[in-house]
Write a protein that binds this ligand. Structure first.
Ligand SMILES: *Cc1c(COP(=O)(O)O)cnc(C)c1O
Length: 328
């Protein structure tokens, strides 16, 4: 296996930072944050790492059009639109819902980057889905097939870029973290990350196995239940390890996030507000505020350090804070 193709999007390693002020307020053991909200490509967060390898692969394959999709608030769709613009590849985003002039912030970013939104019902040959993830993946595939039929060179990637190639970014990122931890002589017990489609945690699992790391990886499932995702993550991680010529990992703990999808519990909201006012961290209500709660719980149980892997979601995090009804 040769070196995978990569299009550089990150500005460099993201900071690893200790949250002293939060530890003091919460009375936990050492709490660190890996700042992948600062990957430095638009507001792509974790998706920048995924897209370095997906876009690299698409360019190497000579793709003219990249087809993917996601829900209304998808950070992946906004990020892939921007990456496609930079790479000179057209981007089509298959999304549920009707045509509207009231786009979500991430949809508006995708359109600003030049991507075209294709409504699910118009994606294939008129088949209508019900908006669940399986239907969306089928609609993405149907739209890609239609473009291939028209003679276009198409690159398809599923929701979240959750493929073995996409996971390569986080296998690399695990090594980046390991280098930083070694330089600081910090040896964490837990590394905690939010899990949506599972590509991010799958890559970390691959990297963790390669490092024979002394920390355990904890994934917090925010959309699909852990029980549904576990097998998929294991297989994505194995595929990623195969691409890297390494052995697959297995040491992963998955838990389900507390509360309903994209709705914070009171405790999650309190912690997210505290992270903002004590350390300037922006946490969103779909992913990072949910995973952060888990990190705080784990950090409360051990005197060894806990690393919270911030995955971004900054657009929705700002929205969380700015859409509150307040009178001043
Ligand atoms: C997409 C996303 C995740 C989850 O990544 P997956 O690879 O889909 O599991 C976590 N946090 C944020 C902010 C995201 O946008």
């Amino acid at each position: 296996m040769g070196e995978p193709h990569r299009m550089r999007l990150l500005t460099g390693p993201t900071p690893l930072q200790r949250l002293h002020a939060l530890e003091a307020v919460l009375g936990t053991g050492p709490l660190w944050v890996k700042r992948d909200d600062l990957t430095g490509f638009g507001v792509a967060g974790n998706k920048a790492r995924t897209l370095e390898f997906l876009l690299g692969d698409a360019l190497a394959a000579g793709a003219e059009v990249l087809v993917t999709g996601g829900r209304e608030g998808s950070n992946f769709c906004a990020a892939v639109a921007l990456a496609g613009a930079v790479a000179g590849i057209e981007v089509r985003l298959v999304m549920p819902g009707e045509e509207t002039d009231r786009l979500s912030a991430t949809q508006a970013l995708a359109v600003a980057a030049g991507a075209e939104i294709v409504r699910m019902r118009a994606a294939g040959d008129g088949e209508q889905g019900h908006g669940d993830p399986g239907d969306l993946d089928a609609a993405i595939e149907a739209h890609a097939e239609r473009l291939r039929g028209a003679g276009r060179a198409v690159y398809v990637t599923p929701r979240g870029g959750a493929t073995a190639i996409g996971a390569l970014g986080y296998a690399e990122a695990a090594h980046e973290l390991a280098d930083q931890l070694a330089a600081l002589e910090v040896s964490p017990q837990h590394v905690v990350v939010a899990v949506g489609t599972g590509g991010t945690v799958a890559g970390l699992l691959t990297g963790q196995a390669e490092l024979a790391a002394g920390w355990s990886l904890s994934g917090v499932c925010v959309s699909s239940p852990a029980a549904e995702l576990a097998a998929r993550i294991t297989s994505l991680s194995a595929g990623c390890a195969a691409l890297r010529g390494t052995q697959p990992g297995h040491a992963l703990t998955l838990t389900d996030a507390a509360g309903a999808h994209a709705v914070l519990t009171e405790e999650q909201e309190r912690l997210a507000d505290l992270a903002f006012t004590t350390c300037g961290l922006l946490l969103d209500d779909t992913y990072t505020a949910k995973a952060f709660q888990r990190a705080v719980v784990l950090a409360g149980r051990t005197s060894r350090p806990t690393v919270f892997w911030h995955t971004g979601g900054v657009v929705n995090a700002v929205h969380r804070l700015t859409s509150r009804k307040v009178v001043v």
